[in-house]
Design a binder for this molecule. Structure first.
Ligand SMILES: [Fe+2]
Length: 399
């Protein structure tokens, strides 16, 4: 199927059928596969604005052969996502929603401990992270769905929880062992605890931080790591946490660690952290659609982020990630519930009519079998002034 998209929606794995709109005189006429983020960058540089893709020719992005900086995992990822679904999404959502709430409460407790510099019993958050991984084992889509349902005031609590969920999915996708996935998810849950030491006016400042404010903000990594060193948390986990703002070019912080000196867990944490921060709704701004966040991650690779890992992360979440909103060709909004055979035809829950501005009785539609409807584009709730949280509580997580 030929589908029109904007350049910001273009990601590796798509097949360009035709360039539709381009500014400047340098015309790009060729069709072809988007094999890497560099192709997207080139098209952007040439002023391409909208283009037509052929969804039937979508493909899996190959691992780049020259990824010398990538620590290959022993069990390298297969072409197909490692996503077993032992129980139905409906069933797991009920448990996952409780777990999500517990995660926020636990995060609140941990932050309070860090603030007061009192020790916490590390076995509690460890046991919680293991439960997250168990939920992902039963059905990966349930917790992923919940990462998109957020309260604007709870960013600090939800961000670390979401990063833990994203990393559990990502680690599994890469074929890591259960223990490694648990550790990775645990590191995600603890990675931003130091933020509680940052003054509120800087932490919650809408807009850009000044240079001196930024320096204070950067201190959150050291605050967190110093605290964690006083617990019995294993050193490799503390290392990964200390690296979540380091970048391959050495221009990250706090240490300016470069390339291969940054652990694989640290690189994965950096990607999940950045993705969640970009897509999160904040009090002062709406989060961006996943496609735009993917393209920002790709543009930071390979200089700053590990290109191979970014590509795998995008493949893991899919072109339309679970929990994200899409506008369908029939002018209805739907939430992506489950990835199916093609990344362009997920199972969705249709719930809102854009034409008549009202909620519909929610209905599951499998876009891989209903060929009369397709996805026009990814959207965000604030574009339509709809309350996704309320909809979700009514029709997805309960009943
Ligand atoms: Fe951070």
């Amino acid at each position: 199927m030929i589908k029109k998209i904007t350049i910001d929606q273009l990601v590796p794995g798509m097949f360009v059928h035709q360039i539709l709109e381009q500014k400047g005189a340098l015309t790009v006429t060729s069709q072809g596969r988007v094999t890497s983020g560099d192709v997207v960058k080139t098209l952007k540089k040439r002023g391409v604005k909208t283009l037509a893709i052929d969804t039937d020719k979508a493909f899996n992005v190959e691992q780049p052969s020259s990824s010398a900086t990538v620590e290959k995992h022993q069990n390298s990822p297969s072409d197909q996502p490692v996503k077993s679904k032992k129980i139905s999404l409906e069933n797991e959502l009920v448990r996952a929603a409780k777990l999500h709430e517990q995660g926020k409460e636990l995060q609140k407790l941990l932050l309070a401990n860090v603030q007061k510099e009192t020790p916490f019993d590390a076995s509690i958050p460890k046991a919680f992270s293991n439960k997250l991984v168990e939920s992902v084992d039963r059905n990966p889509d349930a917790l992923l769905c919940l990462t998109k349902i957020r309260e604007k005031d709870d960013y600090l609590l939800e961000h670390s929880l979401n990063v833990a969920i994203l990393l559990a999915n990502f680690g599994k996708y890469l074929g890591m062992s259960e223990e490694e996935v648990q550790d990775l998810s645990y590191a995600g849950f603890l990675h931003d605890l130091g933020k509680i030491k940052i003054p509120d006016e800087i932490l919650h400042k809408p807009g850009r931080l000044t240079e001196s404010e930024m320096e204070i903000m950067k201190g959150h990594v050291k605050h967190g790591v110093d605290y964690l060193k006083s617990t019995e948390i294993a050193q490799p986990l503390i290392q990964a946490i200390s690296e979540h703002h380091e970048r391959l070019d050495g221009l990250g912080y706090p240490a300016g660690t470069k390339g291969e000196d940054i652990s694989q867990a640290g690189r994965m944490l950096a990607i999940a952290d950045m993705y969640d921060a970009l897509t999160a709704d904040r009090v002062y701004k709406a989060g961006m659609p996943s496609q735009k966040a993917f393209s920002i991650l790709m543009s930071d690779a390979p200089t700053r982020l590990d290109q191979s890992l970014v590509q795998q992360f995008i493949k893991c979440l899919g072109v339309y990630p679970v929990g994200s909103l899409v506008l369908l060709s029939n002018d209805k909004l739907a939430m992506v519930l489950e990835q199916r055979d093609s990344p362009f035809t997920p199972l969705v829950k249709v719930f809102y009519s854009v034409r008549s501005n009202h909620y519909l009785t929610p209905k599951d539609v499998d876009l891989s079998s209903d060929k009369t409807i397709s996805i026009n584009k990814a959207v965000i709730a604030s574009d339509y002034k709809i309350d996704v949280n309320a909809f979700f509580e009514r029709s997805v997580s309960i009943g």
